[in-house]
Design a protein around this ligand. Structure first.
Ligand code: 5RP
Length: 231
């Protein structure tokens, strides 16, 4: 089965946790897009839910397929967020932000009672860090922030190339919030909590892609079938 087919399988299983009347956080990326599409099929069949998108891309998709949208401020809290991930470890810590939406994704997940992460089995790792960690930084003084990130990483024993994310045309990638992203290749993050804490103390860092204690469950699709992983 292709990776895309596995992503679809995981997304389909997440629908079992959706009930009428729910306020849903809608993730970003190819796996989360499957969830939005499959959710739309249920909506057409009469399921009444409302969603808060984690990116402009997800908002556009939801509008296209007919999933009703609202904002976090209008609903006052979410029942469930369903989102993808770039990596997850045995403690269900995540690296997210490969699609550039980590800030809104973390705000939405943090305001949800539960977060279900849907993934194909390429996302399971023993230790986070093979996927470069996305760090969203404000554009003002971005060079200074980069140096501060380097120091913060060193304080927890990590180092590696830090690269401003670019678009295919070579221009700098800009997030939905108008910030830049630094992709940090630390290779192996042995203490994700310590790194998260160190990065959170840097003034120019808006948010980082380490999601600690946010995932309530992983729905993982692999060649052997779909598996549910609880913390
Ligand atoms: C976007 C994300 C995505 O969830 C992550 O990049 C996984 O994407 P995909 O489902 O396309 O593999 O964090 O910011």
């Amino acid at each position: 089965m292709s990776a895309d087919a596995l992503k679809r399988e995981a997304a389909a299983m997440a629908l079992d946790h959706v009930e009428g009347g729910m306020r849903l956080g809608l993730g970003t990326g190819s796996t989360a897009s499957w969830f939005v599409r499959l959710l739309a099929d249920k909506v057409k069949g009469g399921l009444d839910v409302i969603g808060v998108p984690t990116s402009e891309a997800t908002a556009a998709l939801a509008r296209e397929v007919g999933v009703r949208l609202t904002t976090l401020d209008d609903v006052g809290g979410l029942d469930l967020t369903v989102d993808g991930t770039d990596e997850f470890d045995p403690a269900l810590n995540l690296v997210k932000g490969g699609g550039g939406a980590l800030l809104r994704e973390k705000i939405v997940a943090s305001d949800s009672e539960r977060m279900i992460v849907i993934a194909d089995d390429s996302k399971r790792v023993k230790a986070l860090g093979a996927f470069p960690l996305p760090i969203e930084v404000v554009t003002f003084g971005a060079g200074a922030t980069l140096r501060a990130v380097e120091k913060a990483a060193a304080s927890v024993g990590l180092s590696g190339p830090l690269v401003f994310r670019s678009r295919a045309d070579g221009s700098r990638y800009v997030t939905d919030q108008g910030n830049w992203i630094v992709d940090a290749s630390f290779r192996q993050i042995s203490d994700p909590k310590a790194l998260a804490l160190a990065l959170s103390g840097i003034p120019g860092v808006v948010e980082h892609g380490l999601f600690i204690d946010l995932a309530s469950m992983i729905i993982l699709a692999g060649a052997g079938g779909v598996e549910r992983i609880d913390p």
